[in-house]
Design a binder for this molecule. Sequence first.
Ligand code: HEC
Ligand code: HEC
Length: 261
Amino acid sequence: MQRNNRFSSVLGRSAWPPALLTLSLALIAGLTASSLNLQARDNPPDRIPSYVAWTPETIAAASGGDAFRGMLLAKRCDHCHGAEGFSPIASTPNLAGMDKLATWKQLEDFRTRKRLSRVMEPIATSLSSRDVADVVAYYAALPVLPDPQDNRTFPQSQADPGHAAIASRLISFGDGERGIPPCQACHGPVAYRTGVPSLATQNAAYVLNQLEAFANRARTNDINMPMRTITALLTEGERQAIADYYGSGLGLQPASSTAPK
Ligand code: HEC
Ligand code: HEC
């Protein structure tokens, strides 16, 4: 407090000669610019979100895996993603029943550092392209309905009951005024776009982390930027509501059935 007062009185009395003031402002501006440059270099470049392009060859490679061989490889993933593809840790994604192309693209992006994850990068790098196709075939074949015999974390209980209405409206209708398309037009269960992960059985904490990562551009691997654009338009409360909605298993039914009439 006292320090602030002294500082402003110094400025008030113009104790700093104008030349010195200009010089220090220029220095501050220079420093800010160079630290921004550094940050830009740390992040993957926005210009190329992913090296994956959905050509017929890519689709064939990503969907032609051997699920049995994948099951053996998945022993290395069990610890974090769960023996049945339902993770015991809510911030780690569930992979059970996930579309082959969607999982394949994420592993490819981790390997090429288009999606940054200290945990997943070395794991994805250690897999051959055949391994990736096989392991995604295995996860795609696992049932998505949680088995109560298993100690699974999914579904989670919803923190705030009011969240369901906010989320189901955005998921089924979006918000025309703000230019937000309905999530279920790409993520299902109404329609699935190529390579788009299903969210219906995804953990709340993981969904929230990803929505925030897209919004603040820590994650930039969405081709044509649908997610960076949409998440920037959502409020913090809406991101939380959507995460809770999916995490509590409501996404397994069309959102219109849970939307307020
Ligand atoms: C040490 C824990 C750990 C292990 C082992 C691990 N993962 Fe992961 N995985 C994670 C975490 C954490 C994330 C989320 C990263 C993030 O937040 O961006 C993740 C993300 C993923 C994703 C992205 C899913 C999505 O919906 O976008 C895929 C696919 C994946 N892992 C596959 C695998 C496969 C296949 C293996 C085994 C070969 C494996 N993981 C082993 C922790 C692990
Ligand atoms: C125009 C299509 C489209 C719409 C609409 C859309 N998404 Fe996405 N979303 C994508 C694509 C494509 C990806 C995968 C990006 C990538 O390749 O990594 C994605 C990824 C995500 C992920 C990360 C999933 C994971 O497993 O890593 C979340 C969470 C997500 N979207 C939530 C939403 C929500 C919530 C909405 C609605 C408010 C929404 N999306 C609307 C296309 C869309």
